[in-house]
Write a protein that binds this ligand. Structure first.
Ligand SMILES: O=C(O)c1ccccc1N[C@@H]1O[C@H](COP(=O)(O)O)[C@@H](O)[C@H]1O
Length: 225
């Protein structure tokens, strides 16, 4: 299966076009008021209109209410909803069933014990995303903090669903991350920015190119991912 590459936290048409031209498989739009990458539903609709099916549109939410998901589904019609909060497996299952939407549940990882929940979430999610656990500071976001975790904890993890990696990835370290973890995809936000919330076109292109190169090298080396 080809490596999935997601560029998250897109806030401008330039960033959207750059991600699409670079060959990203997924583009993420953040709905979280405290984030520098937060977009309104109207902006998200305008940005996603540019994709024309070239990449999957991901609505990033944090503990969303049913009312909010209803609004997102009616207007944006995303291909995938990213659940980046404290959603339980039951809540993930309910969202998928009620809204007929594919769900990517995020699991925060700091140590091995954090992976105990993987089977329960894999049973109810279409994809999983492993991200660094946010630091316990007042200003930390649930994600998008640019912090990596110990990738050795998740190397070769295969719960029967595609698993993506995020947390502090950037154009310089993504190849190592792919080589070491052998997961299904990579997701980046702050690592392709020039300032919080401002995507850097050169970094987006460099990230996608480095990820594709590493995936091709892994495939050449017989890694079936
Ligand atoms: O990007 C944000 O602002 C954000 C806000 C709230 C929840 C998640 C958020 N981003 C996601 O976090 C990970 C890692 O980001 P980074 O590359 O370390 O900056 C990524 O999945 C983003 O989609």
């Amino acid at each position: 299966m080809p490596l999935l590459v997601k560029i998250c936290g897109i806030t401008s048409m330039l960033a959207m076009e750059t991600a699409l031209d670079a060959g990203a498989d997924m583009v993420g739009l953040v709905f979280f008021a405290k984030s520098p990458r937060n977009v309104s539903l109207a902006t998200a609709c305008t940005l996603s209109g540019r994709t024309c099916g070239r990449a999957a549109v991901v609505a990033l939410t944090v503990d969303p209410s049913d009312d909010f998901i209803t609004e997102v589904m009616a207007n944006l019609k995303p291909d995938l909803i990213q659940l980046h909060g404290q959603e339980t497996p039951q809540r993930v299952a309910d969202i998928r069933q009620r809204f007929k939407v594919r769900a990517m549940k995020v699991i925060g990882v700091a140590d091995k014990a954090d992976l105990d929940v993987v089977p329960a979430y894999a049973a109810v999610s279409d994809l999983l995303l492993l991200d660094a656990k946010p630091p316990k500071t007042a200003e930390a976001l649930p994600g998008g903090n640019g912090l990596p975790f110990d990738w050795r904890l998740v190397a070769g993890l295969d719960p029967g669903r595609p698993v993506m990696l995020s947390g502090g990835l950037d154009p310089d370290n993504v190849a190592d991350a792919i080589r070491l973890t052998r997961l299904s995809g990579v997701d980046v936000s702050s690592g392709v920015e020039s300032a919080p919330g401002v995507k850097d076109p050169d970094k987006i292109r460099a990230f996608v190119a480095a990820a594709r190169q590493a995936a091709a090298a892994a495939a050449g080396a017989g890694d079936k991912r």
